[in-house]
Design a protein around this ligand. Structure first.
Ligand SMILES: Nc1ncnc2c1ncn2[C@@H]1O[C@H](COP(=O)(O)OP(=O)(O)OP(=O)(O)O)[C@@H](O)[C@H]1O
Ligand SMILES: [Mg+2]
Length: 149
C-alpha cells in the first residue's frame, strides 16, 4: 500500500497537516487578547498565514481575512474590506453605520449565494473612502480581529 504523505505544500495548512508552532501560538494568543496590534514578518512561505488562521480559529471569534496580493487599487481595497464585514455581520447591524459613509457604496446581494458584492464609484475620494471603511471596522468589529496576510 502507498504510504500517506504527512506533508502538504502550496497552500495554507490546517489540521492534520499543521504541526508544532506551540510557543508561537501561545505568544500570539497573548497579544490578541490585549489591545495591541500584531504584525508577523518572515520570509516567504515560513507559515505566517497558517499560524494566524490556526490561532484565530481556536478562539471562536470572527475573522476578516484579506489577501492584499489580490487587491488592484484603493477602491478595490475598501470594497473588499466592506464585503468581508458583510460576511461576518448581518446587514441590519451595519445599516446604521453605513448612513454615516461620505462615499456611498453600491451593494448588491446575490440571492442564490447570499454573497454581497460591494463597489464604490471609480472617482471616489480615496481618503474619505478609507476613513469611512476603517471607521466601520473600528465600530462594528471593535475587540474582534481583522487580518491581512
Ligand atoms: N505549522 C505548519 N506545519 C506544517 N507545514 C506548514 C506549517 N506552516 C506552514 N507550513 C508549510 O509551509 C507552506 C507555506 O505556509 P503559509 O502559506 O502559511 O506561509 P506564509 O508565510 O503565509 O507564506 P507567504 O509568504 O506566501 O504568504 C504551507 O503550504 C505548508 O507546506
Ligand atoms: Mg501568507
Amino acid at each position: 500500500m502507498k504510504p500517506t504523505n504527512p506533508f502538504k505544500f502550496g497552500s495554507v495548512v490546517q489540521e492534520p497537516y499543521f504541526t508544532d508552532r506551540v510557543i508561537e501560538q501561545a505568544d500570539i494568543k497573548k497579544v490578541l487578547s490585549s489591545a495591541n496590534h500584531l504584525i508577523i514578518i518572515s520570509p516567504r512561505r515560513y507559515g505566517k498565514t497558517s499560524l494566524i488562521k490556526k490561532v484565530v480559529s481556536s478562539l471562536e471569534r470572527p475573522l476578516i481575512f484579506l489577501d492584499l496580493q489580490l487587491i488592484t487599487d484603493i477602491n478595490d481595497f475598501a470594497s473588499q474590506i466592506l464585503k468581508r464585514v458583510y460576511r461576518v455581520y448581518p446587514f441590519e447591524r451595519l445599516k446604521g453605520f453605513l448612513k454615516n459613509f461620505r462615499v456611498t457604496p453600491s451593494i448588491n446581494l446575490n440571492p442564490l449565494t447570499n454573497e454581497v458584492d460591494v463597489s464604490f464609484l471609480s472617482n471616489s475620494n480615496h481618503t474619505l473612502l478609507l476613513e469611512d471603511v476603517f471607521n466601520l471596522l473600528d465600530k462594528s468589529v471593535s475587540c474582534q480581529y481583522y487580518c491581512v496576510g
